[in-house]
Ligand binder design. Structure first.
Ligand code: ATP
Length: 417
């Protein structure tokens, strides 16, 4: 339990990015509010990790298209009356232009524009975490490492194939775990000595001693050449003059059946892959560990329902289903069915992510398709079998070939994103 044991620890969740790489799912909502795994939103993973670790003082810095994100935090992440108070809060903080007429320029600027919140909380340490990663981590273990190693800054680090590392901040460490180089998104990521083909990357989660954070971002704020970003500017600048340690995510042990899993779901390819990972059994990423629950808003939806409609049998295999989802004489394999969707007779779905309230007409055939909330697919539609045809009507992700149907505009008012 972090609370009190490590001094006054403040959690800051960075939730203000544009999320351009996740278009069209981010057309009408912020990336952390994008639905995930049938009934969650992406930010639920970062917030669950904090709360499960005993970190109860959390500001979420929001900015772009934040209405549904704010409402989600408001509806699902509030403490009851008995706990509410100075040290128990999860609050969405909108960009308010405290430092001039400009929105957050980058992640470091987002924190700089809210320095007064750190002062008012009287923090000793600040946990600054990204909001767009799917993982489970006990933050207390990272804090213990931070304290034991007398770090000024601790970066959560993971080992990934070098071919994927160019999308992240890459670092080298000495044998004690001290960071001796940090480069954001390098073209040729350095390999880990003795582990060819793998690189050590930042997970975008940092613990800062308060005074180190304040000094670094105040200095950064006056640098005209800076993009005011932790990964691009702050970390590459301070590792040589401060004690910056890398915390090995693989050393984090959770109670129960969880094994280390981490994925930045900032692209359509990664978003789809993370869902497919979830559909393995057993899976490294599990939603069924009661000792490390992923929390979210509870809705009073009806139960899911399966019925062999119109003489058509049902087959629902390797599929995650939320409340209210109805499969009526259809075949659904390795897919995700979100709240209150309906799959009608004769339809066949394979590796699809079906959003809330979606209706799939009779005899549709869909393969590797993401359908955002409230799409209505007319009977006999075929998607995902011929990309040349798909490209004329839908967004086909060039990296993965996954077809994405964004949320229909007309539904915006009732969906709240
Ligand atoms: P994209 O690069 O696809 O536009 P992004 O703008 O969200 O996505 P990332 O580098 O993926 O950029 O952001 C990492 C995390 O930091 C995310 O949780 C994001 O919401 C947050 N973030 C990015 N930019 C800002 C900002 N200017 N203010 C606050 N949070 C931010």
């Amino acid at each position: 339990m972090i609370f009190g044991k490590y001094g006054r620890v403040l959690g800051i969740v960075l939730a203000g990015g544009k999320g351009e790489r996740l278009m069209p799912l981010t057309r009408y909502r912020a990336k952390p509010a994008v639905p995930f795994a049938a009934k969650y939103r992406i930010i639920d993973f970062a917030l669950s990790n904090m709360v499960n670790s005993g970190l109860f003082s959390i500001y979420c810095l929001v900015q772009f298209k934040s209405q549904s994100l704010n409402e989600h935090i408001e509806q699902g992440w509030q403490f009851g009356n008995a706990l509410r108070g100075r040290d128990y809060f999860i609050t969405a903080v909108p960009a308010q232009m405290w430092t001039g007429e400009r929105w957050y320029q980058g992640t470091a600027d987002a924190v700089y524009q809210n320095l007064h919140l750190i002062t008012l909380f009287d923090a000793d340490r600040v946990c600054i975490f990204a909001a767009d990663h799917i993982y489970k981590m006990d933050i207390e273990q990272m804090l213990q490492f931070h304290v034991d190693t007398k770090a000024d800054v601790t970066i959560a680090a993971n080992t990934v194939p070098s071919s994927e590392a160019h999308a992240f901040g890459c670092m080298d460490t000495d044998p004690s775990g001290r960071v001796v180089s940090f480069v954001e998104k390098p073209k040729n990521p350095p390999e880990i000595p003795g582990k060819p083909g793998f690189s050590y990357v930042s997970m975008g989660n940092y613990i800062f001693e308060r005074h180190v954070l304040e000094e670094a971002i105040i200095e950064d704020s006056s640098m005209e050449s800076s993009s005011h970003d932790f990964g691009k500017d702050i970390l590459p600048r301070i590792y040589s003059r401060c004690r910056v340690m890398a915390y090995d995510f693989k050393s984090n042990v959770l109670p129960g059946i969880d094994r280390p899993y981490w994925k930045d779901v900032g692209t359509i390819k990664a978003y789809h892959e993370a869902h497919m990972d979830l559909l393995q059994h057993p899976s490294d990423l599990t939603l069924y560990n009661p000792l490390w629950p992923i929390r979210t808003v509870s809705y009073s939806d009806p139960p899911g329902f399966t019925y062999p409609d119109k003489g058509q049998g049902c087959s629902v295999v390797g599929t995650l289903r939320a409340e209210g989802s109805r499969v009526l004489g259809a075949i659904v394999h390795r897919s995700v069915l979100s709240r209150n969707c309906v799959i009608n007779a004769g339809a066949v779905l394979e590796e699809c992510i079906v959003g809330q309230g979606v209706v799939i007409g009779e005899n549709c055939k869909l393969r590797r398709v993401i359908l955002d909330a409230y799409n209505v697919i007319p009977p006999n539609t075929v998607i995902g079998y011929n990309h040349d045809v798909d490209r004329e009507r839908y967004h086909v992700d060039p990296e993965s070939g996954v077809v994405v149907l964004g949320m229909p505009k007309i539904q915006l008012r009732r969906t709240l994103g």
